[in-house]
Design a protein around this ligand. Structure first.
Ligand code: FAD
Length: 391
């Protein structure tokens, strides 16, 4: 595996173990059938509990059954999962960073005890409902609302593009609390909404040409009653969802490197095996140039991911630094998966090889969790002090 500047030499025993066991799991259990899942638009749901047993969901959290592994170990895990498919990493990212993290950070003791162990074990599936049909890049405009009634809240609204909503047991729904004391009386709050409540619908989106080995859906909320104890008590305002996205984007910055590395390894192998004009195509300088550039870009992205882990471990990671890494590493994976695809010639457009699948997946990864453009604006704001995205 590509590790050109020997970053693996700096891993501790636990980090190596997590990397190796994730690699082995992926190779044995997922990789052989992932092309078929991609073609069929399905996710290997039978593996969800096994992924829990393996400790794939938020292992970097502390307590409630989570092993509290290092941020590097968590990043390596995301890298190995996405080296197989972005759908697999998305499953772990959503469950861990977007559902377990907000419950862990902002939930009541009762919510933590109820949900964290079963989400961690993969006995329950969660989803994260922020995006709405009319509010994607600017989620602060969200219209889903919560009105107080006698013993809780009534939720109305609709969410779209929600990973795992059709198979979820619980949704973290971000809605405006019409009764809040905040200015304007509509602070954003997080609600734990069990999907079997009356008035909840979770239609599947079937027309996707990207991230096909992942289930995506909507969440319809039609007069859905939830008790007071389903509100996340520890956060109010956009800080709630945005802090979750920072966690997930951290995992994406690592994961995208995995997808690119898998494309590189596939292309390197193919260049050695495939013969044209009397010898392997890897002897041509044009092909070597592609491999050299790919390896360089992957190595730079790996370095950025490793530095992010150091900053995160000492509590100094800024969201803007995560934006830079998400933006750079996903763009890199998107560009390099295309180069790998072209090195495979006609075979490159099939599901027999991974690059075209990764390339298609990267269109989603480039767009979700803040589009490339939005992270550019975040960086522009940070570098100049002037926000370009305000109305
Ligand atoms: P828009 O916001 O309409 O953007 C369209 C284009 O305009 C983009 O290119 C964008 O960069 C550009 N643009 C927008 N504003 C600006 C600006 N100010 N300056 C310059 N350019 C701008 N959401 C969830 O809440 N939970 C999930 O689990 C989830 N999973 C997803 C899974 C998939 C497969 C996909 C595709 C999306 C998922 N999303 C999820 C939603 C995702 O986060 C949004 O698609 C994303 O935030 C972009 O929003 P949008 O699609 O509405 O695009």
């Amino acid at each position: 595996m590509l590790d050109f500047v020997e970053l693996e030499a700096g891993l501790d025993a636990e980090e190596r173990l997590i990397q190796d066991s994730a690699r082995e799991f992926v190779d044995e259990e997922v990789r052989p059938g992932i092309g078929e899942h991609f073609e069929n638009g399905t996710f290997p749901t039978e593996l969800i509990p096994e992924m829990g047993e393996m400790g794939f969901y938020a292992p970097n959290l502390e307590g409630y059954g989570s092993p509290n592994v290092s941020e590097t170990a968590y990043g390596l895990l995301m890298q190995e999962l996405e080296a197989c498919d972005s759908g697999l990493r998305s499953m772990a990212s959503v469950q861990g960073a977007l559902v377990m993290y907000p419950i862990h950070a902002y939930g009541s003791e009762a919510q933590k005890e109820e949900w964290l162990p079963k989400l961690g074990a993969g006995e329950a599936v969660g989803c994260f409902g922020l995006t709405e049909p009319e509010h994607g890049s600017n989620p602060s405009g969200l219209e889903t609302n919560a009105e107080r009634d006698a013993d809780g809240y009534v939720l109305n609204g609709s969410k779209t593009w929600i990973t795992n909503s059709p198979i979820a047991d619980v949704a973290v729904v971000w809605a405006k609390d019409r009764s809040s004391d905040a200015a304007g009386g509509d602070a954003v709050r997080g609600f734990l909404v069990e999907t079997d409540r009356d008035g909840v619908s979770t239609n599947k989106i079937t027309e996707k040409l990207s991230l096909r080995a992942s289930i995506t859906g909507e969440i319809g909320l039609n007069d859905v009653r939830v008790p007071e104890e389903n509100v996340l008590p520890g956060v109010e305002g956009m800080k709630g969802p945005l802090s979750c996205l920072t966690q997930a984007r951290y995992g994406i910055a690592w994961g995208a490197v995995g997808a690119a590395r898998d494309c590189f390894e596939t292309a390197r192998q193919y260049a050695t095996d495939r013969e044209q004009f009397g010898g392997p195509i890897g002897r041509f300088q044009l092909q070597q140039d592609k491999l050299a550039e790919m390896a360089t870009q992957i190595t730079l992205a790996q370095l950025l991911a490793h530095r992010l882990a150091e900053l995160k471990a000492c509590g100094e990671l800024r969201p803007q630094q995560v934006s830079m890494a998400k933006r750079n590493n996903v763009r890199m994976a998107r560009e390099q998966s295309r180069v790998a695809r072209e090195m495979l010639g006609g075979n490159g457009i099939t599901t027999d090889y991974s690059p075209m699948r990764h390339l298609a997946n990267m269109e989603t990864v480039y767009t979700y969790e803040g589009t490339h453009d939005i992270h550019t604006l975040v960086l522009g704001h940070d570098l100049t002090g002037i926000p370009a995205y305000e109305q």
